[in-house]
Design a protein around this ligand. Structure first.
Ligand code: SAH
Length: 250
């Protein structure tokens, strides 16, 4: 019996946004590995062994999955959104690169999912309709100085910006500093979207400007998107549309 690993993206929350490819892999798996809230999103099955873990142990989790697959198990590693975006796919390859040569013959597949940035942007309109960048605002895995430099350069390049992990209890100040840098670089009129728990029953969308945005408008479940200089708000009675035109005048 030969083992395998599928690193599967569960999408932003709604079951309707899980791809058929991911559902098929979950149905064939013998073992489920992942951060506990993501493992909890997969329906239990008698012959499915669940290995839930804490958030900050990605490399241990990856090594566990590789070891299980090497022993012939069919392992699904689950991430929210897309597994290649600030998630388990890169952690798995870090463990693979550092591990025994025998792991390199394992069957490993990365199964994409709808990442939070795309789900949030679809709900708000089309803020990522022109060039954009994505930045993880957590300084768990990189120094704050790198984040600050990237913020300033992205603003100078006039990208729309999608921010993951804007704020958490362990990093209360970072997001206020982010907003201050953006206000200074982009001005107070620039549109900003706070999209919380998108595609779940707790979904909340809030479109405002950098001048009125406050750090407490974001939490761990929020995706923040800041427009480029071209991004526009269409006001409507049923809520605004935020979009970035596809072209820039010559
Ligand atoms: N791999 C995931 C991202 C993991 S980082 C993906 O591709 O989406 C976790 C961050 O993603 C959260 O802090 C939040 O900023 C964002 N996020 C994940 N799910 C979300 C959702 N349903 N709504 C809004 N933001 C979400």
């Amino acid at each position: 019996m030969s083992g395998w690993i599928a690193v599967a993206g569960l999408g932003p929350g709604s079951a309707t946004l899980i791809t058929p490819e991911v559902s098929a892999a979950l149905a064939r798996a013998s073992d489920l590995v992942g951060y506990a809230p993501y493992v909890a999103r997969v329906d239990p099955r008698e012959d499915l062994v669940r290995h839930s873990s804490d958030n900050r142990v990605e490399l241990d989790r990856a090594a566990l999955a590789l070891d299980l697959a090497a022993r012939g198990r069919r392992v699904a590693i689950v991430s929210s959104g897309d597994p290649g975006v600030f998630a388990m796919a890169a952690a798995l390859f870090e463990a693979l690169e550092a591990g025994p040569a025998s792991w390199r013959t394992l069957d490993i597949q990365i199964l994409p999912g709808i990442t939070a940035m795309l789900a949030a942007s679809a709900r708000a309109g089309a803020p990522l309709g022109h060039d954009f960048c994505a930045i993880n605002l957590s300084d768990n895995l990189k120094p704050w100085s790198v984040i600050e430099r990237r913020l300033r350069l992205a603003a100078a390049a006039d990208f729309a910006m999608a921010f993951y992990n804007p704020r958490s209890r362990s990093r209360p100040d970072g997001f206020a500093r982010t907003l201050a840098i953006l206000r200074e670089s982009c001005g107070p009129e620039r549109p900003i979207l706070f999209a919380r728990a998108v595609t779940t029953p707790e979904e909340q969308l809030h479109v405002t400007t950098l001048g009125t945005a406050r750090a407490d408008m974001a939490d761990m479940r929020t995706m923040v998107i800041v427009g480029s200089s071209q991004t526009r708000i269409i006001e409507r009675p049923i809520g605004p549309i935020l979009y970035t035109p596809r072209s820039i005048p010559a």
